[in-house]
Write a protein that binds this ligand. Sequence first.
Ligand SMILES: [Zn+2]
Length: 388
Amino acid sequence: MLATNGDITMSDRNNLRDSAQEQAEIEDKPRASRIDIEWGAINAFRELLRVASRGNMSHSTYQSAIEFGGSVYPDLLGEDRSLLRRARESRLTTEYRQKAGAKQQLGEDVTALQLAEEELSEIENLINASEFGEANALRRKKADLLESINELDPPDAIEHTLIFRDVNHADRNLPSIRTEHNFREFKLPDDNVLRITLYHPSVPEHISGADLMYEVHDIKAKTVNVVFIQYKIWHERTMYLSDPRMNAQLEKMREHTCKAGLCKNDTVEYRFPYCASFLRPTDKLQSADQSLRSTGEHLPICRIAECTTLGPKGGAKLEYNGIKKTSLAYDVFEVMFNRKRIGSRALSYTELGEIYEKFQLLRERDRLLIHAQDFTPLLPETGDNESN
Ligand SMILES: [Zn+2]
């Protein structure tokens, strides 16, 4: 991302300026918990996988979302960083990770998997040497070790069901928000390519929420259909609309997508009249080891007002029962978007460029933005990167 030859480039300067500004902007803001941050991101990654795999359920489990998120954003969802990931591992696995980490600190070149495998072979030798019926505890230990080894080195079928294969970047003629930003590209099951660029504060703890911007391109025609989704944690399926900052964020989205006419339908084609932006309330996780689940309703941002009810003290709020007559469930959302019945109309690259410009100016710097561009490459992909 940055120049490595010691010269300070324009993009270095921009980055330095950005991080100073970021620091200033995040001061004094209430912090989201690490669990909320990871959970919002996992929901966004899961949605991305669902849309990109055209609704394939086994490609879009929470586990796939964690694996995929960990591969594109290791600082947030990597094995050694993620709280939610850790909470899903056995204690023994965590112990081996910590042992390996400590040994690496001491200069020893060893992995958690190697340590577990060494112990397994020792235990197996001891079991073989024991009299029948005298090694129950050792057999239990062996079972635990096998489970741990499975966690540390998942069989391919599980580990990479989802994880679309990395491809080498080629010249794409794709517009981008900021040219100097790093991206990754993956080959999708239908041979489309998915380019992913992440924008986020430099410290994951500073993230206040997640947004997904998903684009489906027609590179030849130079047009794009785009949808924005804002993920917000709600409590007991209720979201109070009293936080001025959150209301400002939602209003901004509405201003630049729906109000700007991105979901306006001028053709006779049958489609829903809205919408290019959606609010996706996400159930709060109470603890890291809780099972992962959430309601998956997508509420069009320009329909929020009509779904809002007032609490006993007059506070405006959204509730599950109040939104579900208007909102789209996660599976309906995916099908509708992939069939272009929702999301923006087809926009020209000039219009897309204008959206990018606005987003650069208006984007909340403390939010994670996952920018996904899905397209059929002009030439068939040849340079698959086998290392991944
Ligand atoms: Zn709309």
